[in-house]
Design a protein around this ligand. Sequence first.
Ligand code: GDD
Ligand code: MN
Length: 333
Amino acid sequence: MKREEGFKPKITVIVPTYNEAKLIEKKLDDIYAQEYPRDRLEVILIDSASSDGTLEIAEKWKEEHGEINLKIIEEDSRRGKAHSLNEALKHSTGEVVVITDADSFCGTRDSLRRAAEWFSDPSVGAVSCLKDPEGSEAPSIELGYRGYYNVLRVAESKAYSTPIFHGELASFRKDLLEEAEGFPVDIGSDDSHTATKIAAMGYRAIMPEDVLCKELVPKRGYNSWKIRRAQHLVQHFMKAMKLKVKAPKNFDRILKVEEYLHLVNPWILLGGAVLLSASAIMGSLISLIFLALGIALLMYKPYRTWISMQLYLVIAAIKNLWSREIVWEKQEK
Ligand code: GDD
Ligand code: MN
């Protein structure tokens, strides 16, 4: 890919908020600190009827920072993040639209600029960020995930495109967003699904190595947070199976592997564990040895991380049967 330094398309940064009073000021400051020409930058904050004073804080911030172009949109009820993004899209004038969650921060002051520069290549349709593992006090298991998945995401990007995007910074060519009919409101993973759609349309959806963001991890309820996100990924890959892929074969392969890893593989692990236990109970020594080995390996962190991800995905698939979590409970970060 060709990346032209100094390429500065007009950007619309959209920040969706629901009860982000604790973080919104810091978030706006973080965008403000980005090195990007002010006349090429528009910020839209869209709030879905927060009850904790998010809007008041944002309004006050806007008054104090007249030199940055900030629009604040107020929705009268909460219908989910994707619904808000679609609403904000109608007000966006940038060539590139960047979605960024209120509980995330750019890794460096040039994250926006670096992401934007990739759009100088006409084959690039969407750009996301890597999660900076050092940028937070995340539990060690979370750091394990990030290191591991960052490598996968970069590799997929280099091969063609990655079907997983991050809400900390998910940027899209605006005309392609329109062609893709905006963000899907029936599933939770708006960012990944839209990126996948754009990749299926034949454009690259990439996570470059040098665009970094930090995400805050909930203080309490880590497991339910992981399960909800796994639910969203399961929804995304189920829906992605119905996509018509016009992209090069490379992407079809990446997508099939990720569909397999998210939808099938976790069940094989579970099935294997059940069968091994049953046959160990029935007296098979070899099964008992394998089972013991599987348990002993839990001491090894990468393996433990992988096992827990599989369990989250199994629970997520089951939970999706009755609750899709399109509008989710706010967790304290
Ligand atoms: N306007 C609006 N309306 N914003 C919302 C709503 C809503 O109904 N619900 C959540 N948000 C905002 C939050 O205020 C935050 O800025 C962002 O959307 C993400 O919400 P979090 O509560 O931080 O969700 P998360 O970090 O666990 O979710 C992550 O995974 C999702 C997919 O599973 C994020 O990366 C999301 O962007 C992603 O869609
Ligand atoms: Mn978040």
